[in-house]
Design a protein around this ligand. Structure first.
Ligand SMILES: [Zn+2]
Length: 272
């Protein structure tokens, strides 16, 4: 486990391990630094739907795309709803939602593709970003897993659709990016009782701290759900980072009381 490190421009994190293993792949998580947004959104807010200045957000997105070797018009964004709907996209979808929220892929919390030259992009401010890649078929995907998407097993749905399209689950590599950690995430029974029973007994997913209060480790929950769906444990990379603790790097919806920006997780195989 090597985690994710800042790139040269400080505008995104990437995994040195994945960069070595998959030379043709971009898999990044933006930071809150190096952008032009003001106030709550200082400074690299990449969310178009949070009442920031639209032109600032577009400039931030273009900046990150450029820094990571892409054109923003090759990236695809989604209208995320904390659901478990997963959508296959193709080169025909390039640029959807890049400059207008209304143009994003409707009601999707997971995107995947076999097409090269596309960056699949989802927005985050505590929820868990899960990246998927399989080099032989050129499969790439990303999922947005807050507590609802996590207990709803969106990662299992990602693997199920990939398998249906001919990707072997045991060849899929997954990476779990920065999200709110168990250090900063208390939930009650209402959440805990919805954890799929196949994994609810696994060590490290939750811990009771007092009556009807639990520390929940969403990253570990998603890791166990990936293993349950056929992804090999040794193919799962963990960032282990908490968005709330790393105030210098990340926006955090909980820490900032909802008045905050969004980071983006972006994945795609480059064309050459
Ligand atoms: Zn924390």
């Amino acid at each position: 486990m090597m985690g994710m490190n800042n790139d040269r421009t400080n505008t995104f994190l990437e995994s040195p391990l994945w960069n070595t293993k998959f030379p043709g792949l971009t898999a990044i998580f933006t930071t809150k630094n190096g952008g032009v947004s003001k106030g709550y959104f200082s400074s690299l807010n990449t969310g178009l739907h949070v009442n920031d200045q639209r032109n600032d957000v577009i400039e931030n997105r273009k900046n990150v795309a450029r820094n990571s070797g892409w054109d923003l018009n090759k990236w695809i964004f989604a209208d995320q709803v904390h659901g478990t709907r997963v959508v296959q996209v193709t080169s025909r979808h390039a640029g959807m939602g890049a400059e207008h929220y209304s143009g994003a892929v409707k009601q999707a919390d997971g995107l995947w593709t076999f097409d090269r030259g596309l960056g699949l992009s989802l927005g985050f401010a505590d929820c868990v970003p899960v990246y998927f890649a399989e080099p032989e078929t050129g499969y790439a995907g990303v999922a947005h897993a807050g507590w609802k998407g996590s207990v709803g097993n969106i990662v299992g749905e990602m693997v199920r659709q990939a398998a249906f399209a001919g990707v072997c689950p045991e060849k899929i590599h997954a990476m779990i990016g920065p999200s709110i950690g168990e250090c900063c995430y208390q939930v009650d029974n209402r959440v805990i009782e919805q954890i799929p029973h196949e994994v609810s007994g696994s060590a490290g997913i939750f811990e009771m701290t007092e009556e009807n209060q639990y520390k929940l480790n969403l990253q570990e929950l998603n890791k166990q759900l990936l293993i349950l769906s056929g992804v090999k444990e040794q193919n799962i990379e963990m960032s282990g980072m908490c968005t709330s603790c790393h105030k210098d790097l990340f926006f955090s919806h909980r820490r900032d009381n909802g008045k905050t920006g969004r980071m983006s997780a972006v994945i795609g195989w480059r064309e050459s």
